[in-house]
Design a protein around this ligand. Structure first.
Ligand SMILES: C=CC1=C(C)c2cc3[nH]c(cc4nc(cc5[nH]c(cc1n2)c(C)c5CCC(=O)O)C(CCC(=O)O)=C4C)c(C)c3C=C
Ligand SMILES: [Fe+2]
Length: 478
């Protein structure tokens, strides 16, 4: 497990010589704070529903204006459909107990549209994230117009996918259930904690969860991203949101925090994955002949090559550990790893899942077991892409027996392991040191920003009408 504390300002992600260790350092980077005000990304979060969900920034904290049906501030999770885990005390009560040790666990996840109406604004939030579409600094002011364009272009295709799995993402419900299960597992270990869910691109937003953490006067916090492997585009992006909020807030910047950056190599997780794979293998007529097909969500190659994202290394190590565990249990199946869900015009990690499936079918592989490995809940890419599109493609290419390992969800050995990770991380919780820039630095930043915007506008104007740009936009439709 890699645990870290949110420290200082403007982190930079770099791979150390061992290639598996992350270290933060200062400087220009993908996780650095851009010159626009923090929170701008969500300040016009909108949806096609009539409810106003605009997020404004006040005193460094994000406050949601009333969204009574789903997300009234302060009750983000109290009335979830799972309904089982609550924040415990109201903010008034928590103030009177301020001296007590109140442990919080913040689960970070991606979030997903709950209805088809949510799809376009959800996609807007996703593409407006500078960790998802990485524009050169000069063009960063184009992030939101571009996100608007791409989200509108992509929405029809995405909606088809969400419609095929029942009209929305199951992510919120499953994550709420995991939160409840982790709370219970912690209680069984003698640790009382309030477990929060913070989504990056949809409700309940990370900002809401942090707001609630503050209201609850939590005294120590463990941050647990629900991604086994670290990627700049997932955990990194959520941590950037956290850091932007924490460094601006007196209470939060003093709150001892411990971050579990990745946990793909934890024994409990590896064993839980091996349990699920072993169980599915037994469903095949000849288990020993089944090819184990790990399918991970892809990222653009530039993340790995240019930005030092450890995602690919961690993924490969994760697969190695799962296979080692399976071998120790007597399974000696062949296996392969491929990457799915590419979006847009750039090169993504290879090999691509769809291409490998066709190759394997053509080579005569008759039995395949698909294993989603980058995510621990069922979601659109398991339920639609794997179960429908890839299954169809594999059968069409000559595969005769197809199986799919379910996502871990609330598997008890897995939840227990996550609870262990929290218990282990808690002692290393440390306060964030505040670092506010001087007014001269701020003036200089504004000046630099203005110059960049001027030159950027000219360049953008030229680029926007180039054939290459038009082709790139078309690619988001596919
Ligand atoms: C480890 C998991 C994930 C990585 C890495 C990741 C990177 C990444 N994703 C996109 C674009 C999209 N992702 C979408 C949905 C989506 N992505 C993940 C996980 C990872 N993404 C999940 C779990 C989900 C599904 C959520 C749900 O609603 O169930 C979507 C929307 C769906 C679609 O239109 O296909 C997009 C778009 C990029 C560009 C990227 C890396 C840069
Ligand atoms: Fe994704």
């Amino acid at each position: 497990m890699e645990a870290a504390t949110l420290s200082g300002s403007l982190p930079r992600l770099k791979l150390s010589a061992s290639n598996h260790k992350l270290s933060w350092s200062q400087g220009r980077s993908i996780i650095s704070v851009s010159c626009r005000p923090s929170g701008q990304l969500h300040d016009t979060v909108s949806s096609s529903s009539s409810t106003d969900r605009r997020v404004t920034i006040s005193g460094g904290l994000y406050e949601l204006s009333p969204a009574p049906k789903r997300n009234p501030v302060g009750q983000t999770h109290c009335a979830t459909s799972a309904g089982a885990y609550t924040y415990g005390e109201s903010s008034l009560e928590s103030h009177s107990h301020a001296a007590e040790d109140k442990v919080g666990v913040l689960l970070l996840n991606l979030g997903g549209p709950e209805t088809l109406h949510d799809v376009q604004p959800f996609l807007f939030n996703l593409f407006a994230d500078p960790d998802i579409i990485r524009l050169p600094r000069l063009f960063q002011f184009l992030q939101r117009p571009l996100a608007q364009l791409i989200s509108v272009l992509r929405a029809p295709k995405s909606k088809e996918g969400y419609a095929a799995i029942g009209g929305g993402s199951p992510l919120r419900k499953i994550t709420d259930e995991q939160a409840h299960a982790i709370k219970m597992a912690l209680e069984a270990k003698g640790m009382s904690a309030i477990v929060y869910v913070g989504m990056r691109y949809w409700y309940p937003f990370t900002e809401e969860a942090i707001h609630q953490i503050k209201r609850d006067r939590i005294t120590r916090l463990v941050v647990l991203p629900l991604y086994p492997q670290f990627s700049i585009s997932t955990t990194g992006s959520s941590l950037r949101v956290l850091q932007n909020i924490f460094r601006e807030d007196a209470y939060l910047s003093r709150l001892p925090v411990s971050i579990i950056q990745s946990w793909y190599q934890r024994e409990g997780y590896i064993k839980s994955m091996a349990d699920l794979i072993g169980k599915e293998l037994e469903q095949f007529p000849k288990p020993e002949e089944v090819m184990i097909f790990f399918s991970a969500h892809g990222v653009p190659v530039s993340y790995i090559v240019d930005a030092g994202d450890p995602y690919k290394d961690q993924m490969e190590e994760c697969i190695y550990l799962i296979m080692k565990e399976l071998k120790a249990r007597g399974f000696s199946n062949d296996h392969t790893l491929a990457y799915q869900s590419r979006v847009g015009p750039v090169q993504w990690l290879k090999p691509y899942t769809d291409e490998v499936l066709v190759e394997l079918g053509q080579k005569g592989v008759k039995s395949l077991l698909a294993v989603p490995v980058s995510f621990v809940s069922e979601h659109i890419e398991t339920l639609e892409e794997i179960d429908m599109e890839y299954k169809h493609l594999a059968l069409e290419s000559g595969v005769e027996n197809w199986g799919r390992v379910p996502a871990l969800g609330c598997t008890s050995s897995f939840i227990t392991d996550l609870a262990d990770a929290v218990v282990e991380a808690l002692p290393s919780a440390k306060a964030i040191s505040t670092s506010s820039s001087t007014s001269e630095e701020a003036d200089y930043d504004i000046f630099r920003c203005a110059i960049k915007m001027l030159f950027g506008s000219i360049l953008a104007f030229v680029l926007l009408f180039s054939p290459k740009m038009i082709l790139a936009c078309k690619n988001y439709l596919l």
